[in-house]
Design a protein around this ligand. Structure first.
Ligand code: B4P
Length: 192
């Protein structure tokens, strides 16, 4: 079973590369950002709480996203594997994911980290904000807040997987196809 964590700051290309990876490897895509946005669109209580945090560029509480992932794993027990996109974003989320996967006798295979510096991230997200309608892509100070949140709370997750020998860093700047090729090479090398 191939279970991939696609890691990186906001705008690094996680969603973009996930779409290509699910097609190639027939994996189930679990994006906590997408799951939260669908709760917001459905107007659920969870969505209302998440929206006020997401609109400020702040992470939603661990127990909320862990609960969402738990139910998605349960719904997809026949999957060939998973891409975790935007999850885990804190060390407690990473620890909880290990426990959840162990219940299905599986584990994370590889974490692929897309490395992109802040100026490029800001440029990409402001560009996406012109068409995405996402409130969190609309202004530079909010994007910087998301990057700060990433640096403070999410970066330590890389060390968590590095200690397990599962961390691979890829340069996230360049042609989307070229980056995709490097990710596939990393996944296949790790599977050998
Ligand atoms: P997410 O939805 O995960 O959003 P994101 O970090 O902005 O990344 P995304 O995947 O959308 O962008 P991508 O890099 O593909 O999170 C949103 C919010 O939800 C968080 O701030 C938080 O509040 C909350 N949340 C989500 N998960 C959570 C969790 N686990 N715990 C707590 N809170 C959580 O692409 C960005 C742009 O770059 C696109 O326009 C794309 O076209 C472009 N791009 C991609 N690759 C490129 C390349 N190589 N060159 C040029 N442009 C490129």
């Amino acid at each position: 079973m191939l279970n991939l964590v696609l890691f990186g700051p906001p705008g690094a290309g996680k969603g973009t590369q996930s779409e290509k990876l699910i097609e190639k490897y027939k994996l189930v895509h679990l994006s906590t950002g997408d799951l939260l946005r669908s709760q917001i669109a459905a107007g659920t209580e969870l969505g209302l709480k998440a929206k006020s945090l997401m609109d400020q560029g702040i992470l939603v509480p661990d127990e909320v996203v862990i609960g969402m992932i738990d139910s998605k794993l349960n719904e997809n027990q026949a999957a060939a594997g998973f891409i975790f996109d935007g999850f885990p974003r804190t060390v407690p989320q990473a620890e909880a994911l290990d426990v959840l996967l162990s219940q299905y006798n599986t584990a994370i295979t590889t974490m692929v980290a897309l490395v992109v510096e802040e100026e490029e991230l800001t440029k990409r997200l402001l560009l996406r904000g012109q068409t995405s309608g996402r409130p969190d892509d609309q202004n530079e100070s909010l994007i910087r807040r998301r990057v700060t949140e990433y640096n403070e709370k999410t970066m330590p997750v890389a060390g968590y997987y590095e200690q397990q020998g599962k961390y691979v860093a890829i340069n996230g700047i360049g042609e989307i196809e070229a980056i995709f090729g490097q990710i596939c090479d990393a996944i296949e090398a790790a599977a050998q």
